[in-house]
Design a protein around this ligand. Structure first.
Ligand SMILES: *Cc1c(COP(=O)(O)O)cnc(C)c1O
Length: 465
């Protein structure tokens, strides 16, 4: 049996890693200079690194390990499926039991008439499917020119050509000639950073009306769909004002625009319901799913599709699919994950215990001198760091300078908390206990104190002009 060497000294592992492993979203020079943190095992909400440190994972990996680490049942499900049928495809009128069972289960869990699923290997692939599906849908309905998809600045929809084009991340668009044609971006509903003198409610309406403005400008006959995350995740856990989503829903209904909810983070309990659309009161035609679908134990994603869109697509052949669409091992793992979420009432735990406890502790951080606002929906939260709360000011130092200092202080205190510019974000496993939440927030506060000291010492506590 192949044994993956775990016994080399950390520096040797880091040297091999820097020499041969190209990392996503990592600066090469930094990697070679400092070495990557080597994670060797994990259990519950704690990671262990190659030096034996126990780190509280405030991010559930990349927003995905909803049921926590170390669940043997998922390993057993994978092993059982690998022995029985390790692979078969779902092309050309073939299927297999894990894909059937998972599709039926997802149809049962999804809201409304989202009764159909097109499987993918990831969230990015699901969104690539969505681009092709909504364009093809309108084409079948005799409107081939209705092919523009509207998304939002600072959205994250994955890293493939399609996913990154839908996303509104400028540094991603700058590499590889993105976005692809016929993708249009409107501003995001980030009141704290961009709301100026408006009340949050006024701002929510104003930002939703940007969608209407874009539709009127581009032409109703040109716009196929609007895609958005119920709560922006990688953009910094941006929670729209309450007025935003009802107005977006009204506009999509009025102009016959398909609404795609990217539930890759918000799905599977993260917001206190099975799907973020339920928490935010959205009625999507399509939902992108991945991450929490398998709690990250196996790569799998998909598009949940409503009856009408599925019926139109099924009129002919949809020339699209992935070798691993509905992969039996990934599907078996996802099914077992859903069984645990359901039978152990994890979403009830979020709604009744974990989310209220986290909200109280997290919002308590708003009294910290560096914290401008603390936002939270279910089990995803963010704090905005600022040199001047009252003015909702940015730092004079480049965006992310202070956020990075804070992230380093978190690591030093054995907490994984990510920074997005100068926002700090958390998204812990849903099974986290109240005592572990207290520990998480205590470490976050200590990291904030140390950040304030460092920022003060370095003269960075200056507002941008
Ligand atoms: C992570 C993410 C994706 C991309 O999923 P991958 O599995 O990384 O391809 C898409 N949408 C959202 C909202 C995400 O957070």
């Amino acid at each position: 049996m192949t044994v993956i060497t775990n016994h080399l000294p950390t520096e040797d592992l880091q040297a091999l890693d820097a020499a041969h492993h190209m990392h996503p979203f990592t600066a090469g020079g930094e990697l070679a200079g400092k070495g990557a943190r080597v994670i060797t095992r994990a259990s519950g909400v704690f990671l262990t690194d190659s030096d034996g440190n126990e780190i509280l994972d405030g991010m559930a990996g990349l927003w995905c390990v909803n049921i926590g680490y170390g669940r043997d049942e998922l390993a057993e499900a994978a092993a059982r499926q690998m022995r029985e049928l390790p692979y078969y495809n779902t092309f050309f009128q073939t299927t297999h039991v894990p894909a059937i069972a998972l599709a039926a289960k997802l149809a049962e869990l999804a809201p409304g008439d989202l009764n159909h699923v097109f499987f993918a290997g990831s969230g990015s692939e699901a969104n690539d499917t969505n681009i092709r599906m909504v364009r093809h849908y309108w084409s079948v309905k005799g409107k081939p020119r209705k092919n523009i998809i509207i998304s939002r600045e600072n959205a994250y929809h994955g890293s493939t050509m399609g996913g990154a084009s839908l996303g509104g991340m400028v540094p991603m668009h700058e590499q590889g000639s993105l976005p692809i044609p016929d993708i249009h971006h409107i501003p995001q509903p980030d009141w704290w950073a961009e709301g100026g003198d408006m009340s949050p409610e006024e701002f929510g309406i104003a930002r939703a009306r940007e969608l209407e403005r874009a539709i009127l400008e581009l032409g109703e006959d040109r716009v196929a769909a609007f895609i958005a995350e119920p709560v922006q995740g990688a953009g910094g856990v941006i929670v729209a004002p309450d007025s935003y989503w009802p107005e977006i829903q009204r506009i999509c209904d009025k102009y016959e625009i398909l609404l795609i909810a990217d539930e890759v983070i918000c799905g599977f309990g993260r917001t206190g319901n099975w799907f973020g659309s339920q928490t935010l009161g959205i009625r999507p035609h399509i939902m992108s799913i991945a991450k929490g679908l398998s709690s990250g134990y196996a790569p799998i994603g998909g598009s949940m599709v409503c009856d009408e869109v599925a019926e139109v697509i099924a009129r002919g052949e949809f020339n699209h699919g992935y070798t691993y669409s509905g992969h039996p091992v990934a599907a078996a793992v996802a099914l077992e994950n859903l069984r645990i979420l359901e039978e152990e009432k994890v979403i009830d735990h979020v709604r009744d215990v974990a989310a209220p406890h986290l909200r109280a502790a997290w919002e308590g951080l708003a009294d910290h001198p560096l914290v401008g606002e603390a936002r939270i929906v279910g089990m995803m939260g963010s704090i905005a760091l600022t040199p001047d709360k009252a003015a909702r000011a940015r730092f004079a130092a480049g965006a992310g300078t202070v956020g990075l200092i804070c992230r380093e202080r978190c690591f030093a205190n054995d907490l994984v908390m990510r920074h997005v510019g100068d926002r700090m974000v958390i998204s812990p496993p849903l099974v986290i206990t109240p005592a572990e939440i207290d520990e998480l927030v205590a470490r976050a506060r200590k990291a904030l104190d140390e950040t304030l000291d460092a920022v003060t010492a370095q003269g960075l506590l200056q507002s941008a002009a």
